[in-house]
Write a protein that binds this ligand. Structure first.
Ligand code: UDP
Ligand code: MG
Length: 318
């Protein structure tokens, strides 16, 4: 049972966050100081091109709770997070963004829910501050689609900010797929989960790394890793089109038998060819999305490579 000997790990993926890290660490350290747990802060440098790594080293100098993972290049947040989870030693692990959009002050509440017996305490935002209506609308559309086509239920308005119990972390550690749609993986493992509401803040400093193209690809990953519905759509659409073609064909034959064929049907022919060609190309594209992912998985590459790993001093076994 959790007590003062319990270790809580905080995993922080960071890509070009030198501007916010000192302030982030100050706030996080203050929160950890107030908890009756030992803390470990796992900073993952995801191939930053600014001074992020230097800032992390400086933080490690002044705080023995800091562990540092330096990835060999930029792998993206999902994989940086996985590297952190793989190295976190805590009895429970919190995943949090470095940009202070996820308030560290919520962590005690997550811990409380964990102590109630839940394996996953996920932060659910009640308001999306500082986000455009377009981003909110696209997010809503995405959740609408994934809820309908997916087999696992992914909670809406929920990011990666959450606490995971040891067995949840271990379960997640067994999922080694390359296309890591983390929200889906978190949902896939199941276990008792509970939402903790909070207000999402605007970024403290620096820039978001998500543009619409990245978000679109993220959405494609989300759908293709958790549903084969798009492949089924091809089957049904093909069936409906074939049926329509059969009916239309019969009609033409009857008409020709009855009235002869006074006008060659160039426009309708053209429309059909273009339409069918378009539908075929579209679904070859859909097939390609899945095939490409199978190609990536079949290479069985490691998810990430580590340039340097320095464990926290507090967790070192003497
Ligand atoms: N991040 C990362 N690798 C990347 C992109 C982002 O580790 O390639 C980290 C980033 O430093 C931050 C978190 O992931 O801690 C969330 O990124 P961001 O704030 O850009 O995303 P948003 O909040 O806009 O979804
Ligand atoms: Mg952010």
């Amino acid at each position: 049972m959790p007590n003062a000997e319990t270790l809580l790990s905080i995993v922080v993926p960071a890509y070009n966050e030198a501007q916010v890290l000192p302030e982030f660490h100050r706030r996080l350290a203050a929160v950890l100081d107030g908890l009756d747990l030992r803390g470990e802060i796992v900073y993952v440098n995801d191939g930053s091109s600014d001074a992020t790594l230097d800032v992390m080293h400086a933080l490690k100098q002044q705080d023995p709770r800091v562990a540092l993972i330096d990835l060999s290049r930029n792998f993206g947040k999902e994989i940086a997070m996985t590297a952190g989870l793989d190295h976190a030693r805590g009895d429970a692990v919190v995943v949090i963004d470095a940009d202070l959009q996820d308030p560290p002050e919520l962590i005690p509440e997550l811990v409380r829910v964990w102590r109630e017996g839940y394996d996953v305490a996920y932060a659910k935002r009640t308001a999306r501050e500082g986000e455009s209506w377009l981003k909110r609308a696209t997010a809503r559309a995405f959740y609408g689609v994934i809820q309908h086509v997916g087999r696992v239920r992914i909670p809406e308005n929920t990011g990666d900010f959450r606490l995971l119990s040891r067995r949840a972390v271990d379960a997640l550690g067994q999922l080694r797929e390359q296309h890591r749609f983390m929200k889906g993986l978190f949902a896939w493992i199941g276990f008792p989960q509970k939402a903790v509401p909070y207000v999402r803040q605007p970024r403290h400093a620096g820039h978001t790394k998500w543009n619409y193209w990245r978000l679109w690809n993220f959405a494609l990953d989300g759908i293709t890793s958790f549903s084969i519905a798009p492949l089924k759509i091809a089957t049904y659409l093909g069936f409906v089109l074939a049926l329509a073609a059969f009916v239309y064909g019969s009609w033409i034959i009857l008409k020709t038998l009855a009235f002869g064929d006074p006008v060659p049907g160039y426009p309708s022919l053209m429309t059909m060819i273009l339409f069918l060609g378009g539908v075929q190309l579209l679904f070859i594209g859909v097939l390609g999305e899945y095939l490409g992912r199978m190609f990536d998985e079949s290479k069985r590459r490691p998810l990430y490579l580590i340039n340097a790993y320095e464990p926290a001093d507090v967790t070192r076994e003497d």
